[in-house]
Design a protein around this ligand. Structure first.
Ligand SMILES: Nc1ncnc2c1ncn2[C@@H]1O[C@H](COP(=O)(O)OP(=O)(O)OP(=O)(O)O)[C@@H](O)[C@H]1O
Length: 843
């Protein structure tokens, strides 16, 4: 049983309404509107610290991982202004603590349920709560009344209320505040009276037993009711230091799974809000949430919310992500009483599907795992063995709803707030009326009409309020004297709801609506059809044309791929482990592609096309089934309509799964191939570009060298002609004839007589020209790998020429023979030799 906190009641705790540390809002920040930016909104689970579950090292490292940068620009991210918002409601999406992905990786339509299924083996070890007191929870199933608790917000002023004066767990107004001094104040008695700021005892007292009931198969609802700023959100969501009921409940959910090796689970979460009598899906992209508000369909206790996004959660981390996203989309605003007042009713729902392990096919695969049994162990499921005998396996489905109602309030100074307040008050009033009628019906055994349909909130809660749920209500009150009227009204509401009779039943049947069971059945049928086809194949082959045979093999491929797909959806602890190894990206066949022969490539392409065709056929056939759905006449009974609706919802879900399979099986590998091919070719292209640039530089160098050579040749040619003219002149003067024969030496080479100096010079020039043949220069250069390493063209050749001639002037104004200059050592110029001889000649 829950513990009472009466000790805290006698010592009032000084109260300062808490604001999370990261909020810093002043009127200067928002001078005109007083808006609270979304980023400063205290998110339910805005930081890892808020979940105080001891996490595994792996989990911790995952928590500290930065959000993926890619998320910032996810296509289809929400636009800020699409959802109608209150003037002071911060814009959505952009300022949300997490960028809003168009598709969450936990979206039920995208998540591979093999990864989604949680059982005691796959729950993170760090999630285990060691605090479950099974003895304390043993009685939770027996109560057929609503569990009603009062939470008094701490105050710094003197409280107008006193508690546990004479009667335990009771509350009454201090006598000085009574209207008349003669009437004694009324004593209100409840299941729990809670005070203080500690959320843990509150959770233990009012919520834990209901969370366990939900895990055990009962629908359960926990909601907070009270005037604005009395502490509903603080109780449900809490803050960093004091996590509220929702995070604590989710921690216990995983702890329960961890401690229950006999069952396997599938958890799906949804998060919605009712704002101004319109239901918005807080997990859907805001654009679609606005254009497609959630509708309530069905009749009586059959309530179907559509379209409502459900996301599979497999860990506390997933839950936190879902909650953060939903919180970011909630409407809150500053009011006269609460800086961050919830302007809508919010409902966080967890659908819990589970079934016993170790029965049916499971037994063949490994039997019942050892470990502790279900806490609060219960007898075999009702109808289970009987239904199992007919080939079915019972699946248990329950829903845990955690509801933070908007606060009742007086008209405010802000027009928009007042309008919202009217809607809030109207729906709370309807809730009050519904509760009052239900209580009256229970007390007097009457069947008066209950106006569930007068508000979205009561219509949505109809099945639960009608009795098929465990309900816990926390009524929060502000103990200040200024709020006596509202607090009294809250206590009266609490008193009425206490009288409502409940009769929650577990739902554990061979449930054709449960995904787990549906898929198992379909696999069986498909396998049967496949084996029939395989048995008849040889006979058919003889009769059928090639074309028909191809069609037949395609049909068998379709069956096979569908079986594979569905088998993947149903998980056992064994397959979960197998699946862990397959998490990497599908291997790209790129490397093989480059080495494949054209024939092999063609084959690959053909098989890819075949796969695409198969998937496309499946999509088409499902679409056709959807179109060809039976039409009901308008006056058809409501139950028929509901049945049809459910069928259609299933078909849509199947369609989504096939499309997802299509994308995962084909889209991803093809994308991977394209990326790899592109990468490889871009690298090749870059390499080629670099080579070309190097060659261009080399070619430029070459051109420069050739140009230089050309100029040198021209100069040499000029010099040659000048020297030739000079030698001719010299010979013409006959000066060489009388010269004594010089001793042949390096400086004085022997003078060939015929032709004289002109002939020697001409021959010498010829041989030089030959050695300077441009072709030979080219070939040297061509052999060089890089222009940067080109050998310098021998400068000595040119220098020698100039050395040979710089002492000689051919200008008319100069003396014909130059004056003797300092001799050049090692100069072997024949010209110098000739001139040297002539230097001794008398002029
Ligand atoms: N038990 C408590 N201990 C400490 N602080 C509290 C407690 N209850 C409420 N508060 C503080 O009072 C302020 C208002 O609380 P809260 O927002 O939970 O009220 P509410 O009932 O949800 O209001 P509304 O209906 O306008 O959304 C918050 O700053 C919250 O931290």
């Amino acid at each position: 049983m829950a513990t009472s906190n009466s000790s805290k009641l006698v010592r009032p705790v000084p109260f300062t309404p808490k604001r999370p540390h990261f909020i810093s809002i002043s009127s200067e920040d928002h001078p005109t509107t007083g808006r609270i930016p979304r980023s400063t909104t205290p998110s339910l689970l805005g930081s890892a610290k808020k979940f105080k579950a001891a996490l595994s090292t792996e989990s911790r490292s995952r928590l500290t991982t930065k959000p993926r940068s890619g998320l910032a620009s996810v296509p289809g991210s929400p636009t800020k202004d699409l959802r109608p918002k209150t003037p002071t409601t911060p814009k959505r999406g952009s300022e949300s603590p997490l960028p809003f992905p168009q598709m969450s990786e936990m979206d039920v339509s995208r998540v591979d349920p093999e990864e989604a299924l949680v059982d005691y083996q796959t729950v993170e070890p760090g999630d285990i709560s060691g605090e479950l007191d099974e003895a304390a929870l043993a009685d939770y199933g027996k109560e057929d009344k609503v569990l009603v608790s009062i939470r008094i917000r701490p105050t710094n002023a003197t409280s107008a209320w006193q508690t546990a004066d004479t009667i335990p767990k009771s509350i009454k107004l201090n006598s000085q505040h009574c209207k008349t001094s003669t009437t004694a104040p009324q004593d209100f008695r409840f299941d729990e009276i809670l005070t203080g700021s500690d959320n843990k005892p509150v959770y233990n007292a009012v919520a834990r037993s209901h969370v366990c009931a939900a895990m055990d198969g009962y629908n359960a609802i926990i909601f907070a009711y009270g005037q604005t700023a009395s502490g509903k959100t603080f109780t449900l969501s809490g803050d960093e230091d004091q996590p509220g009921i929702i995070p604590r409940a989710m921690k216990d959910v995983f702890a329960y799974i961890r401690r229950t090796p006999t069952r396997e689970y599938l958890l799906r979460c949804s998060y919605l809000e009712i704002y101004n009598e319109t239901i918005h899906d807080l997990l859907a992209p805001p654009s679609s949430s606005v254009s497609q508000p959630v509708q309530i369909q069905g009749t009586g206790n059959n309530v179907i919310l559509t379209p409502l996004r459900e996301e599979v959660v497999t860990s506390l981390k997933c839950v936190r992500e879902v909650l953060q996203r939903g919180e970011g989309n909630r409407r809150t605003a500053s009011t006269d009483w609460n800086e961050r007042s919830s302007r809508s009713h919010s409902v966080f729902r967890v659908v819990i599907e589970s079934r016993e392990r170790g029965s049916g096919a499971q037994a063949d695969e490994g039997g019942i795992p050892s470990g502790r049994t279900t806490p609060g162990f219960r007898p075999p499921t009702p109808g289970g063995p009987r239904l199992q005998a007919r080939g079915g396996r019972s699946v248990q489905t329950s829903v845990l709803s955690l509801i933070d109602l908007a606060g009742s309030e007086k008209a405010t100074s802000d027009k928009e707030r007042t309008r919202e307040g009217k809607y809030i008050n109207t729906s709370l009033l309807t809730l009050g009326t519904v509760i009052a009628t239900l209580a009256e019906n229970s007390a007097k055994n009457k069947h008066d009409h209950v106006p569930f349909r007068n508000s979205k909130l009561t219509r949505m809660l109809q099945p639960s309020l009608s009795g098929n749920a465990r309900i816990s209500v926390i009524c929060t009150i502000n103990p200040d004297t200024g709020a006596i009227a509202e607090s009294t009204s809250t206590l009266l509401f609490a008193q009425r709801i206490k009288k409502v009779q409940l009769n929650a039943q577990k739902k554990e049947v061979v449930d054709t609506e449960a995904l787990l069971e549906r898929y198992r059945k379909e696999i069986e049928e498909l396998k049967k059809r496949l084996s029939e086809k395989e048995a008849g194949a040889p006979a058919l082959k003889r009769r059928l044309s090639a074309r028909e045979q191809l069609d037949e093999s395609r049909a068998m491929n379709d069956l096979n791929s569908r079986i594979r797909q569905l088998t993947k959806l149903i998980l056992t602890s064994q397959t979960v482990d197998e699946n862990k190894d397959n998490e990497s990206r599908p291997a790209s066949p790129t490397k093989v592609d480059f080495d494949m022969s054209p024939y092999q490539l063609q084959q690959e392409l053909l098989s890819a096309h075949r796969q695409i065709d198969t998937q496309a056929t499946q999509i088409l056939s499902l679409e056709a089934a959807l179109l060809a759905r039976p039409q009901l006449p308008p006056d058809a009974p409501e139950s028929e309509k509901d049945k049809l609706l459910t069928e259609q919802a299933k078909t849509i879900r199947e369609l989504e799964i096939v499309v997802r399979g299509y994308e995962e099986n084909l889209g991803e590998p093809l994308r991977a191939v394209r990326e790899d091919v592109e990468k490889e070719w871009i690298e090749k292209l870059e390499r080629e570009k670099r080579k070309r640039e190097e060659k261009e530089v080399w070619a430029d160098e070459l051109v420069k060298q050739l140009d230089k050579e050309r100029r040198t040749r021209m100069k040499l040619e000029d010099e040659r002609q000048a020297l030739a003219a000079f030698v001719r002149k010299f010979d013409a003067l006959g000066l060489s004839a009388g010269l004594p024969m010089a001793v042949p030496s390096k400086l004085n080479p022997p003078m060939p007589t015929p032709g004289g100096a002109a002939a020697v010079f001409a021959q010498r020039q010829r041989s030089r020209l030959q050695s300077m043949d441009p072709e030979s220069t080219m070939s040297t250069v061509e052999e060089t790998e890089s222009p940067m390493r080109l050998p310098a063209v021998e400068p000595s050749l040119l220098e020698e020429e100039w050395d040979a001639v710089d002492d000689v002037s051919f200008g008319d104004d100069k003396p014909f023979f130059p004056m003797p200059t300092k001799s050049r050592k090692g100069s072997h110029s024949p010209v110098r030799g000739i001139l040297g001889q002539k230097e001794n000649m008398p002029v």
